[in-house]
Design a protein around this ligand. Structure first.
Ligand code: C2G
Length: 157
């Protein structure tokens, strides 16, 4: 039984927004009554060793547009979580299970929950897939489409 006004908090880069992010945010929201999300700034991403395709403003807007998200705020460093938990009066801290155990000692005064990641999709995989689509691949696809089109036209004669 959820107590009234239970606030859930989570953090992430949320670049190239995909179903894994949707699932995580919806599952996090289901653990309480409100969901607040810390979105990593571009500067913090470089601290995390990540370079996002979409800038912070876009990533934050996309996350905030989710029905299950009540508010977003910038995540600027690793050490702000307990302050945020206090500021937002959060009682549940959620992360995907790729972070399993990483926050157990750091997070105080708040339940820590790790949710299963959505397998088979990640921003990194999307980036490498797009990266492998060089100009040659695209023109091969275009040639293939032209060939199929010519077959269809012949069949129509
Ligand atoms: N996630 C998921 N399934 C995926 C991909 C991501 O459940 N297929 C989850 C991650 O476990 C994380 C959230 O979605 O909880 C956001 O993932 P990222 O954008 O990759 O964020 P990350 O780099 O993990 O940043 O201080 C914490 C960091 O900001 C977390």
């Amino acid at each position: 039984m959820k107590s009234r006004g239970q606030v859930v908090i989570t953090y992430g880069t949320f670049d190239l927004f995909h179903i894994g992010h949707v699932n995580l945010l919806e599952r996090a929201r289901a653990l309480g009554d409100r969901l607040i999300v810390g979105v990593s700034t571009d500067e913090f991403n470089s601290v995390k060793g990540k370079r996002s395709i979409f800038p912070y403003e876009h990533r934050a807007r996309i996350v905030e547009a989710m029905k299950c998200v009540d508010a977003v705020f910038p995540e600027t460093d690793w050490s702000q979580k307990n302050k945020d938990i206090e500021r937002f009066n959060a009682s549940v801290f959620v992360m995907g299970h790729d972070w399993q155990g990483k926050f157990d000692t750091e997070i105080t005064g708040c339940k820590v929950v790790y949710l299963p990641r959505t397998e088979g999709i990640s921003t990194t995989e999307i980036k490498s897939l797009l990266g492998s689509w060089n100009v040659g691949t695209v023109s091969e696809i275009q040639n293939g489409l032209e060939f199929v089109k010519s077959i269809i036209e012949d069949l129509r004669k």
